[in-house]
Design a binder for this molecule. Structure first.
Ligand code: SAH
Length: 393
C-alpha cells in the first residue's frame, strides 16, 4: 500500500480523528497510488495515523476510512459500517421509510450519502474512495435495507473536484417509479428521485417542517424558496389561513401543486409564484403585502471561503426583505445550508437585517438539521444546516 507522508505538525487534526488530509499537509507520496486507492497516512516521524482513500485531484487528498491499524478496508468493512449507520437511525421522530440512512463522515463513510424513500435507497457517491467501492456498497445496501431498488444520483457538481464524472441510474434491483411517495407524520410528499435536487427531497428539514406546522394555525404563510412545497404543505396541515409558495423552478412548483393535492388541503387558499425570490420579495414589499409567517430556505450561497462575503450579503438582503413583509407578531423561519457559514455569523447577519428593517425581533429558537443527519463530534463541518425562528414585535 502506498504511504502518504504528511508535513511535521500536520498530524494534529488526525490525532483528533478529523478524517480529512488536505493537499497542503502532504509532504510526499511513497509508492504508487491511483484515485480511490487505499493508502496509509503516516507522520513526518513515521507514526501511523490512519488508513484512507487517496484522491489526487481533490484538495482533500485523503479521506480516512479507519483510525484502527488492524482494520482492513474491504467488503466486510463496508458492510459493517453500513449496518452500524442503519442501526443508528432508529431515533424517535425519524420515519422508517423517509430517512437519511448514511451521512458520510458521521458514519465513517466519507463521500457517501444514502437516503431512503419508501422502498428505494438513493445514493450519492461524492468522493474517489466510495466511487472505488461502489459495488461492495451497493451489494451491502441491497442486502441490509431489503429495498426494492438501490438508485444512484451521483450527478452532484462536487464530483468534478474529485475528477469524477456525473452518473445516475439503477445500481441494484428495481427501477424507481417517476415519483416515490413518502410519509412524514401527517404529511405525504412525492419525491422525484431521478431529477429532484440531490437525492430528491430535503429530509434534513423534517423537524423544522413540524415546527412550522405547529406555529401555522390561522396565519398567512409565505414559503420562500419552496422547492416541492414541503414547508407550505406542513403549514397548511397545521391550519394556515393561506399559503404562498415562491420558487424559481417550474418543475419544483409543479410538484408542490401535486403535493398540496396529495395532502387534501384544498380548503387552504394556495398560490404558486414562479419567480426570482429577490425580485418578487421587493415587489411584494412595494405592494405593502403582509405575512404572519415566512419561511426562508435559500440554496447554498457560499461554497468556498472566497464566496462567504458575497453570501453574507445575499442572506442579509433576503432576510431584510422578509423582515419588512412580516405583520406585527409575525414569525420568520430563516435558514442557511452553507456549511461555511458559522451559526454565530448567520445570527449576526440576520440581526443586521432586522436592524436595517427597523424591526425588533426575539429569537425564539435556534434550529438545525434533523437527527438522522448527525455530525461527528470531531467533524464540525458535518453540521451544515442552521436556522433561527424569530418573532417580530
Ligand atoms: N425549502 C425547500 C428546499 C429549498 S432548496 C424544502 O424544504 O424542500 C432551495 C430552492 O430555492 C430550490 O428549489 C431552488 O430552485 C430555489 N431557488 C434558487 N434560487 C432561487 C431564486 N433566486 N429565487 C427563487 N427560488 C430560488
Amino acid at each position: 500500500m502506498a504511504e502518504i507522508v504528511i508535513l511535521p505538525g500536520r498530524e494534529k487534526s488526525l490525532l483528533r480523528r478529523h478524517p480529512w488530509v488536505f493537499s497542503g499537509a502532504v509532504a510526499r507520496v511513497e509508492g504508487r497510488a491511483r484515485p480511490g486507492d487505499t493508502v496509509e497516512v503516516v507522520s513526518a516521524k513515521g507514526r501511523w495515523l490512519g488508513r484512507g482513500a487517496f484522491s489526487p485531484e481533490s484538495n482533500i487528498r485523503v479521506r480516512v476510512w479507519t483510525f484502527d491499524p488492524k482494520e482492513a478496508v474491504d467488503a466486510a468493512f463496508f458492510r459493517r459500517r453500513l449496518a452500524a449507520a442503519l442501526a443508528a437511525r432508529d431515533l424517535p421522530g425519524v420515519p422508517p421509510a423517509a430517512r437519511r440512512l448514511v451521512a458520510a463522515e458521521a458514519d465513517g463513510l466519507p463521500g457517501l450519502i444514502v437516503d431512503r424513500y419508501a422502498d428505494f435507497a438513493v445514493c450519492q457517491f461524492l468522493a474517489a474512495g466510495v466511487e472505488r467501492y461502489k459495488a461492495e456498497i451497493a451489494d451491502a445496501l441491497a442486502e441490509l435495507t431489503g429495498c426494492a431498488g438501490i438508485y444512484e444520483r451521483s450527478d452532484a457538481e462536487v464530483r468534478a473536484k474529485e475528477g469524477l464524472t456525473p452518473l445516475s441510474g439503477v445500481l441494484r434491483g428495481a427501477e424507481p417509479p417517476d415519483l416515490v411517495e413518502i410519509e412524514e407524520g401527517p404529511a405525504r410528499y412525492l419525491v422525484d428521485v431521478r431529477a429532484g435536487h440531490k437525492t430528491g427531497f430535503y429530509l434534513d428539514q423534517r423537524d423544522n417542517r413540524r415546527l412550522v406546522a405547529a406555529h401555522a394555525a390561522g396565519r398567512r404563510v409565505l414559503n420562500c424558496f419552496a422547492y416541492t412545497g414541503g414547508f407550505g404543505v406542513a403549514a397548511a396541515l397545521g391550519g394556515a389561513r393561506e399559503v404562498v409558495h415562491l420558487e424559481a423552478s417550474a418543475a419544483a412548483l409543479d410538484l408542490a401543486r401535486r403535493n398540496t393535492a396529495l395532502n387534501q388541503v384544498e380548503q387552504v387558499p394556495t398560490t404558486y409564484l414562479e419567480a426570482d425570490a429577490f425580485a418578487k420579495l421587493r415587489e411584494m414589499r412595494d405592494a405593502g403585502e403582509r405575512f404572519h409567517l415566512v419561511v426562508l430556505d435559500p440554496p447554498k450561497f457560499a461554497d468556498s471561503k472566497a464566496s462567504l462575503e458575497r453570501a453574507c450579503r445575499g442572506y442579509k438582503d433576503v432576510n431584510l426583505l422578509a423582515a419588512r413583509l412580516l405583520a406585527p407578531g409575525g414569525l420568520l423561519f430563516t435558514f442557511s445550508c452553507s456549511g461555511l457559514m458559522e451559526p454565530d455569523l448567520f445570527a449576526k447577519v440576520v440581526a443586521d437585517a432586522f436592524l436595517d428593517a427597523g424591526r425588533d425581533a426575539l429569537v425564539l429558537a435556534r434550529l438545525s438539521q434533523a437527527a438522522d443527519h448527525p455530525a461527528s463530534a470531531s467533524f464540525p463541518e458535518g453540521s451544515y444546516l442552521k436556522g433561527l425562528l424569530l418573532r417580530v414585535s
